[in-house]
Design a protein around this ligand. Structure first.
Ligand SMILES: [Zn+2]
Length: 361
C-alpha cells in the first residue's frame, strides 16, 4: 500500500475513550486510513485538535423535502395517513434521490461522517441507495421482501405495529439469521405505549427486546426503570433524539436513569423535515442537562458508531476524523467542552477532513 500523508496535531482524542494525547502524528495510506499513530518527542508549535467525526445514529433522510413543516401532533406528522406518509407515497424516484443527497450534504457540512438512515421502504429500492460504507440505510421489510434487501442495508421498524404481530416477529427472526442490525422506535408515543401495556402486560420496549431481538431503541421518551433494567441486561443501545422530542412535544427521555445504568447512549437527529442534521446542537441540548462533555462527545461519535457496528475513532484502519484549530486556548482540560460549545465549525477553512468516504469507492 502506498504511503501518502502525515497529519500532526498538538492534541488528539484517541481510541474508544477519547483519551487526550499530546503531539500526535498519524500516518495515512492513500485512502486516508490511519496506518500508524506516533507520539512525537518534540512539542508541536501548532495548537490543534484531532478527534473522530460525528455518527448520527438515527435520521430519516427522505423527508428533508418537507423541511419547515408544521403539525399539531405526532400522529398528524408521522405514522399512517400523516403529512409525511402522504408526501413519501407521492415522491418520484428522482426526487427521493435528490432528497437523500440533500440530507447527505447537510450531514457532511456538519461533520457527520456516518449515519443510520430510516428509509420508509420495504428494502427493495435500497439497491439504488446512493451511499455506502458508513452511511447505512435501514428498511422495513415484509416477509416477502426480507430476502431481497441488499447486504449493506439493515432493519429499522417504525414501531411494534408496523406489521401484523406474526409477520413482524418472523421478519425480525429472518433478519437476525441474516445478521441484520435491528432498530425500532419505541415508547415515543404515550398512547401506543399504554395501549401495549394494557394488551401485553409489558411495554413496547420490553416486548421488542423479547420478540424482535432489537439492537437499539430510539426515543424511549416514556421509558421507566423496569424498561431500562431490561435494556441493560440485554445490552440494548439507547438512541436519543432530543430536538425531535421537543418539536413533537412528546416529552423528554429519562436521561439520568439511562445514564446511571451505564447503557450505551447515542444521538440521532430524527426526521430531516423537522430538524437539521446537526449533532452539535443535540450535544449542546444534552450537555446543558448533565454537564459531562466527554460523555456527551462519546454519544455523538464512538457510541453512535457502536450502534452502527462500524469501526470508528482515531485508531488503526479508521478514516473518519477531523482536525480543527484550538483557537486562542492552550488548556487541554477544556477540549471536550470546546468541541461541544465553541464555534470552531464556523471556521470551515481551518478544518481538515478526509475525502468522501460515504461514496462507493
Ligand atoms: Zn425516527
Amino acid at each position: 500500500m502506498r504511503r501518502q500523508n502525515k497529519i500532526k496535531a498538538k492534541y488528539a482524542l484517541l481510541g474508544d475513550n477519547l483519551d487526550i494525547f499530546q503531539n500526535i502524528e498519524l500516518e495515512l495510506d492513500s485512502n486516508n486510513k490511519i496506518i500508524e499513530i506516533t507520539e512525537l518527542k518534540q512539542d508541536l508549535k501548532e495548537n490543534t485538535i484531532l478527534f473522530p467525526g460525528f455518527f448520527n445514529s438515527h435520521i430519516h433522510s427522505a423527508d428533508i423535502g418537507l423541511r419547515g413543516v408544521k403539525a399539531n401532533n405526532l400522529e398528524e406528522l408521522v405514522g399512517p395517513n400523516s403529512i409525511k406518509s402522504n408526501y413519501l407515497q407521492n415522491l418520484t424516484k428522482e426526487q427521493l434521490m435528490i432528497n437523500i443527497k440533500k440530507s447527505y450534504n447537510e450531514a457532511k457540512s456538519n461533520y457527520i461522517f456516518g449515519w443510520l438512515d430510516f428509509r420508509e421502504s420495504d428494502g427493495i429500492d435500497l439497491h439504488e441507495y446512493p451511499y455506502k460504507n458508513y452511511y447505512i440505510p435501514m428498511c422495513r421489510p415484509t416477509k416477502t421482501t426480507i430476502n431481497q434487501i441488499p447486504n449493506f442495508a439493515h432493519i429499522g421498524f417504525r414501531d411494534v405495529i408496523v406489521l401484523e404481530e406474526e409477520e413482524l416477529i418472523q421478519v425480525a427472526k429472518d433478519g437476525k439469521m441474516m445478521n441484520k442490525n435491528i432498530q425500532i422506535h419505541a415508547s415515543e408515543d404515550y398512547n401506543l405505549r399504554e395501549k401495549w401495556i394494557n394488551e401485553y402486560s409489558e411495554s413496547d420496549i420490553i416486548w421488542s427486546i423479547k420478540n424482535l431481538n432489537v439492537d437499539s431503541i430510539v426515543h424511549l421518551t416514556h421509558a421507566d426503570e423496569n424498561d431500562i433494567m431490561v435494556m441493560k441486561k440485554n445490552k440494548i443501545s439507547a438512541i436519543l433524539c432530543i430536538s425531535s422530542n421537543i418539536f413533537t412535544k412528546v416529552g423528554i427521555p429519562p436521561l439520568k436513569l439511562i445514564m446511571d445504568e451505564g447503557i450505551n447512549i447515542a444521538i440521532g437527529t430524527d426526521n430531516a423535515m423537522i430538524n437539521e442534521l446537526n449533532l452539535i446542537q443535540e450535544m449542546r441540548l444534552i450537555n446543558r442537562q448533565i454537564n459531562l462533555p466527554l460523555k456527551v462527545l462519546k454519544m455523538a461519535t464512538i457510541n453512535g458508531a457502536k450502534v452502527g457496528k462500524v469501526n470508528w475513532g482515531i485508531k488503526i484502519g479508521c478514516s473518519n476524523f477531523i482536525k480543527i484549530n484550538f483557537q486562542n486556548y492552550n488548556n487541554k482540560d477544556i477540549i471536550y467542552d470546546y468541541i461541544i460549545n465553541s464555534e470552531w465549525y464556523r471556521r470551515k477553512n481551518s478544518i481538515w477532513q478526509p475525502r468522501d468516504y460515504g461514496m462507493e469507492i
